[in-house]
Design a protein around this ligand. Structure first.
Ligand SMILES: [Zn+2]
Length: 209
């Protein structure tokens, strides 16, 4: 498993195009509260660990605000780049968690050298704790993971998730990020976010899934 794509600007440009597609699908659906129009209302974000040249694409997270004065509800679309409030992109959180399975110091140092990533041991342990302990208990995960049979393994969940999709590692990573994208927003209902992610997956993006 060689995550060279984490160093590749074009990979993040592609992920950005998926985020634009996801956002457009949310915008077209209108406000879920009152049916009003959604207007762009991005907010600033700063991601760490992106390859040089990719940072400018992700200095803001796409988000919308209802245009109805009485409503103003926010709708932040699902994302294949932003992973909740984490400082690193979702692709890195997934791949490094999978590669550092077991989290030996030697393996972590190798990853740090290989990809010049600024991830310390505490961050890695936190990510692994999230996949192992917190993530399987979330409503979103339970709703999403039901599609897998046999169920995803709790031990080495990220590695198992990546194995469940077809294609190259790059294809599988993109599929996993789309699969997880409905869980990256708290302001678009899970069912709607899942529908958008499914449409993006089918909408001309060649992903074996
Ligand atoms: Zn509204």
């Amino acid at each position: 498993m060689s995550p060279r794509m984490l160093l590749d600007v074009s990979f993040f440009v592609f992920l950005h195009s998926l985020d634009i597609d996801l956002a457009e699908r949310v915008r077209r659906g209108g406000c879920a509260v009152c049916g009003g129009p959604l207007h762009a209302a991005p907010y600033p974000r700063k991601l760490r660990g992106l390859p040089a040249g990719a940072g400018r694409l992700f200095s803001k997270r796409m988000s919308f605000c209802c245009g109805s004065r009485e409503c103003r509800a926010r709708a932040t679309p699902p994302s294949v780049v932003f992973f909740g409030r984490r400082l690193h992109p979702g692709a890195m959180v997934l791949l490094v968690s999978a590669l550092a399975h077991g989290s030996s110091d030697r393996r972590l140092r190798r990853l740090q050298r290989m990809f010049d990533i600024d991830i310390d041991r505490r961050t890695l342990v936190r990510w692994q704790g999230f996949w192992r302990d917190a993530f399987p208990g979330t409503d979103g995960f339970r709703a999403q993971a039901g599609r897998f049979s046999p169920p995803l393994s709790r031990c080495g969940l990220v590695r198992d998730l990546l194995r469940r999709f077809a294609g190259s590692l790059r294809d599988r990573l993109v599929s996993a990020l789309l699969f997880l994208s409905p869980l990256t927003t708290g302001s678009v209902a899970l069912e709607r976010a899942r529908r958008c992610a499914g449409e993006t997956r089918r909408g001309g993006v060649v992903i074996a899934c």
